[in-house]
Write a protein that binds this ligand. Sequence first.
Ligand code: 6GU
Length: 245
Amino acid sequence: MTLRLDVVTIFPDYLAPLELSLIGRARREGLLEVHVHDLRDWTADRHRTVDDTPYGGGAGMVMRPEPWGAALDEVCRSAPGRTPHLVVPGPGGDPFTQATAHRLATQDWLVFVCGRYEGIDERVFEEFGARYPLSVLSLGDYVLNGGEVAVLAMTEAVARLVPGVIGNEASLDEESHTGGLLEYPVYTKPPVWRGREVPPVLLSGHHGQIAAWRQKQRLERTARRRPDLLEGYLDGQGGTAAAEG
Ligand code: 6GU
């Protein structure tokens, strides 16, 4: 079954990039189905209110549960035969990793719940978490104003794993975070640019030496930039990779 993505947000225009590039083409080719919804369509008052002050006091505003309840009731029933998996982007979530992207890419339906302000009334998560699988996911340790930009990042990471969405499936294998190490540096023509040479081994035609050089670059780069990843990688190798590299 094709992957279906729904996004509920108060800023549907923020999701306009889903018309473009990789995801736009996948939609036109029928590999993905995408629907963006304006949360305010499920408000009942003249001002289309979605937020209110927090019980218990404190700064900022909280999204009220009623519009979210009505929106998710309707959206989550709009594709009979599919099971919605709710994804709530937020800085307090579980880390979104390449493994998460692979897991989400195997679902048939993802419904993204975009909060703004200080967040959404917790009872919305109790209600829908009891009905459907629900994941709260964070892109990293920094704060965005809302879930929309995170949805763009997550949907791109997920969509490119759907078979047929990217042209060259082989390029999925070698890239960062698939083998547990960062990528090696890449070069193209010309062989000398502003006095800077391409590493000679890459021009040598020795495929074994090229592979060994690239592996060494990956290990060095990972040790320098992401020592946390290197630890996990070496554990997975039984600690022999450094000697091989
Ligand atoms: Cl997923 N959402 C928001 N609002 N901020 C974030 C984030 C997500 N990931 C990191 N910061």
